[in-house]
Design a protein around this ligand. Structure first.
Ligand SMILES: Cc1ncc(COP(=O)(O)O)c(C=O)c1O
Length: 352
């Protein structure tokens, strides 16, 4: 039952658990609780066709660095069409993906050729597996979610550039949806080789998943192919207006980065001890989410009992013996949310 819906799907959760949509404490996503405050939208923005505003691309260049890029309605539509485009332009050999990670990549690559997986939970093991596959010329394309959602693993820019160089007629795709809290870890801080594609999402750090906006950074050849599939007016006008303000607002970005980094240990402490006592262990820590590893049985019991108290979590099954349970951030300024969590945690002794 817990795997029926994606994170943040409050309508389905409400149907399943019989709770009004507006009565959830939704911790099932990694979307920032403190959204960028959207500016008022000028009346003509609602009326006009949303040709890409130069101001949006200028704002993207200043926030992401000066690389050729394409705006789309979230990174999701690009994740769906990129595999067939890159296969047509490059290698027919297997695409390598993390065995645990945002599953839409796997879904997309699965539609159009062979895939193989590397360890999504451990950077060292993944590095060994990818290195050895590279040495045997078995890697057609390499997909890295950096940092990984939900496992939190992060590869260095040096490592990624080294792999990009080793690929033989293949592409390195790096999904940086969750990298905004550590911009220097982004490949966008580097000169990009032609065979690298980087995906960024405005939804997570800015807390603006609802406007649907993402950017793809790649060579002009790849961007042209993507543009053909995406078509005109792919980013609506209000989304462009909000994003121009958000991407240009360096003061908000800096304060939010510091706030999220500063609050990360408090967010973790809320859950850490009670979950350790139940036999879970900390598996991932990011400023926008944290994950605990446990048996699938425990993960599903916790997910169920939290939902019964109006707290929506995200279980991710890894294998028959292991699941992750992901906890997004709580708005710490809302005492009632912390209270709800404490009440739930106190009730857990019955699970021991
Ligand atoms: C790692 C990762 N990449 C990309 C996406 C898609 O994000 P969006 O389409 O909102 O940009 C998600 C959504 O959860 C994600 O977790």
């Amino acid at each position: 039952m817990s795997q029926l819906f994606h994170g943040g799907d409050l309508h389905t959760a409400s149907n399943v658990f019989g709770r009004p949509v507006d009565d959830w404490l939704d911790l099932s996503t990694g979307i920032n609780q403190h959204s960028y405050p959207a500016p008022a939208i000028a009346p003509e923005v609602w009326q006009r066709l949303p040709y890409l505003q130069p101001a949006l691309m200028d704002a993207a260049a200043s926030y992401y660095n000066q690389h050729p890029c394409l705006a789309s309605s979230g990174s999701q539509p690009v994740i769906e069409i990129l595999p067939s485009i890159l296969r047509a332009l490059g290698s027919a050999k297997a695409a390598w993906l993390a065995d645990v990670g945002y599953q839409e990549h796997r879904h997309g690559w699965n539609q159009c050729g062979p895939i193989k997986t590397y360890n999504g939970l451990c950077v060292q093991q993944a590095t060994q597996q990818i290195d050895s596959a590279m040495a045997n010329d078995e890697v057609g394309h390499l997909v890295i979610i950096n940092p990984n959602n939900p496992t939190g693993t992060l590869f260095s820019v040096e490592q990624l550039l080294f792999w990009a160089q080793q690929l033989n007629n293949g592409f390195l795709v790096v999904d940086e949806a969750f990298i905004d809290t550590h911009p220097t870890a982004s490949l966008l801080s580097q000169t990009l080789p032609d065979n690298v594609v980087i995906l960024r999402s405005v939804g997570k750090f800015f807390g603006l998943a609802g406007i649907r906006l993402g950017f793809t950074f790649a060579s002009p050849r790849v961007l042209a192919a993507l543009q053909q599939h995406i078509g005109p007016w792919s980013v609506n006008g209000p989304a462009q207006s909000v994003a121009i303000a958000a991407l240009n607002d360096q003061v908000w970005q800096q304060q939010m980065r510091q706030q999220l980094i500063h609050q990360a240990s408090t967010q973790l402490q809320l859950w850490h001890q009670p979950l350790l006592q139940l036999g879970a262990s900390l598996a991932a820590q990011h400023e926008l989410f944290r994950c605990f590893a446990m048996t699938p049985n425990l993960a599903h019991k916790l997910h169920q009992s939290a939902a019964e108290q109006g707290i929506l979590l995200r279980p991710v099954d890894i294998n028959s013996g292991k699941s992750l349970l992901r906890f997004g951030n709580i708005d710490l300024s809302q005492a009632k949310f912390q209270q709800r969590c404490r009440t739930w945690l106190r009730s857990l002794h019955t699970l021991r």
